[in-house]
Design a protein around this ligand. Structure first.
Ligand SMILES: C[S@@+](CC[C@H](N)C(=O)[O-])C[C@H]1O[C@@H](n2cnc3c(N)ncnc32)[C@H](O)[C@@H]1O
Length: 527
């Protein structure tokens, strides 16, 4: 069974105490629309009347929206009432004005920076070089690290160090591994020369290494501290945390401040998440571990969001995470672009709005183009008119009965796009979750029952950190999940609306103090 969303009335929102009305232009700046040279575009801009709330609950009444005019003033028609539907907002997300902080602000810790660097690198495009020096020192560690084997590892360490920056990951892998070899060599040395103390054995092994690495003992001792840091990171967060750590990890391990900030606990917590993201986004990353004899096939294959991160055990395949609810396996296809139901629209794209100029952004009045060199619209620079990178989000199993949810793997500043709400562009679906688009006379639905993207898994909160936002790209209406300020690691939530909950026989589990639907089931809620 597929859960269904209810009607959303975009004119009413939660937590209303008192409100004051402001008129804003579509870009939400509150400035007058009459800017020289842009009159023709400005004339088309929609004005929206926004009721500002004391907290982040902002209720919106769309004004002269070209597509939604009738509906906003008269409320949903009988047709839309009978379906459980979600509407989007037409106003552009407000960006906070830049201002000097007047109170002390929290700055990210070294650990925050290291973790966000790892996530950034995992979601970036990475070019992998093939390691040209492969030995199998693992066997030596287990079988006793002989002088010759240790010399080989030292040579490999030296070679990797002198390679270019693109081989930095290789260098770090080898250096973390070198620490294991060094410890193993000390044990072997003591067996070879039982009369020596541990300290003497350490000294001797250090000298063996210095001779090959062309370092003084002092230099190697300093490096040993850093390399031990790499090993600690690898042991807590797994190899991906080191491979994708980037160049900042050197300073991090040199000054070791982050290790006192609960680094290892946080890395341990993220270990599965790193591995799922690394395996699905860069299936070849494990080949790098071949240099230390630890190459292995990816554990997680397929689309990054076909895996659900669980708190206490291994990540689970998405399709299996509905069984415990007595539901069938979820058969969901991840797609990058919405698919149009051709039978319904006969080759026409119902999202295309003839009254919107496809070349000029109706929000910022800049040129829109799919050619990134010509595009000047930067309303949602990660989504439209750009090279799209993978969405820095993951599916997680929630702990409070909501089943799956979506967690951010980077900060999304207020006003930034998190993703486009995509699915099957269709019409006439009733009793299931659908997003309503178009105008009263040209209605369409975005249905995510069988296909779509991660936005299908975003849960509701009565105090949400994101919202659905209407936007026009090249004259085509799009629904974008826009951040109201989302920090990396937090669950992404939206407000499904009163209509959704009023027709759903479920209790809201958002856990917010201002929850509007706690203990209220369909029929008992008077939205
Ligand atoms: C669009 S789905 C969201 C993803 C869903 N949690 C899942 O695992 O597939 C909407 C459904 O999630 C559940 N849900 C979302 N937010 C909730 C909340 N705040 N409280 C209770 N259930 C929620 C409800 O079952 C709802 O019908």
């Amino acid at each position: 069974m597929y859960y269904a969303w209810g009607d959303q009335d975009s004119t009413t929102q939660p937590c209303h105490n008192s409100s004051s009305k402001n008129t804003l232009n579509a870009s939400g700046t509150g400035e007058a629309d009459e800017e020289s040279g842009k009159d023709n575009v400005q004339a088309k801009r929609r004005k929206v009347s926004i009721e500002t709330e004391p907290d982040n609950c902002v209720s919106l009444t769309a004004g002269t929206d070209t597509n939604r005019d009738n509906e906003e003033s008269t409320g949903p028609s009988e047709e839309t009432r009978s379906m459980r539907q979600v509407h989007s907002d037409s106003r552009f997300p407000l960006r906070k004005p830049r201002q000097e902080p007047i109170v002390p602000v929290m700055t990210p810790t070294s650990t925050d920076k290291l973790l966000s660097g790892i996530w950034r690198q995992i979601h970036a495009e990475v070019k992998w070089g093939q390691p040209n020096l492969i030995v199998d020192p693992d066997a030596y560690i287990r079988g006793g690290m002989s002088k010759e084997a240790f010399r080989l590892v030292n040579t490999m360490c030296l070679t990797c160090h002198s390679q270019s920056q693109s081989s930095r990951a290789l260098e770090i892998i080898v250096q973390a591994y070198w620490v294991d070899c060094y410890e193993a060599r000390i044990v072997a040395f003591q067996l070879e020369q039982p009369l020596l103390s541990v300290t003497e054995a350490r000294m001797m092994v250090l000298r063996e290494a210095c001779a090959v690495l062309r370092l003084t003992e002092k230099e190697l001792r300093n490096r040993l501290g850093i390399w031990r840091g790499y090993k600690e990171i690898k042991e807590a967060g797994g190899w991906p945390s080191l491979v994708f750590a980037g160049s900042g990890v050197y300073r991090f391990c040199k000054y070791r401040i982050g290790f006192k900030e609960g680094l290892t606990t946080r890395l341990r917590h993220l270990r599965q998440s790193f591995e799922v993201a690394a395996d699905t986004l860069h299936p070849q990353w494990r080949q790098l571990l071949g240099i230390v004899g630890q190459a292995s096939p990816p554990r997680y294959t397929g689309h990054p969001h076909e895996w659900v991160i669980m708190d206490s055990h291994l990540a689970q395949p998405l399709k299996s995470t509905y069984r415990h609810l007595g539901m069938e396996e979820l058969d969901y296809q991840f797609i990058d672009k919405s698919v149009i139901n051709q039978d319904m629209f006969g080759g026409r794209d119902p999202r295309q709005m003839p009254q919107i100029n496809p070349d000029i952004c109706s929000t910022c009045a800049e040129r829109q183009s799919d050619n990134i060199t010509l595009n000047r619209c930067s309303c949602f620079p990660d989504l439209f008119g750009c090279v799209r990178l993978p969405s820095a989000v993951q599916l997680v199993g929630t702990q409070n009965g909501k089943n799956n949810g979506v967690v951010a793997r980077r900060d999304f500043e207020r006003g930034a796009a998190i993703g486009e709400f995509i699915g099957l562009i269709t019409n006439g679906i009733e009793g299931q979750d659908v997003m309503i688009g178009g105008s009263e006379s040209h209605r369409y639905q975005i249905y995510q029952g069988q296909m779509g993207n991660f936005t299908r898994f975003i849960n509701h909160s009565c105090n949400p950190n994101s919202q659905f936002q209407r936007f026009y790209w090249r004259g085509s209406e799009r629904i974008v999940v826009v951040s109201r300020g989302v920090l990396s690691g937090s669950e992404i939530t939206v407000d499904y609306s009163d209509h959704y909950w009023s027709s759903l026989d479920k209790v809201c589990l958002c856990g917010e103090l201002c929850c509007r639907f706690l203990g209220k089931r369909a029929g008992s809620f008077e939205g």
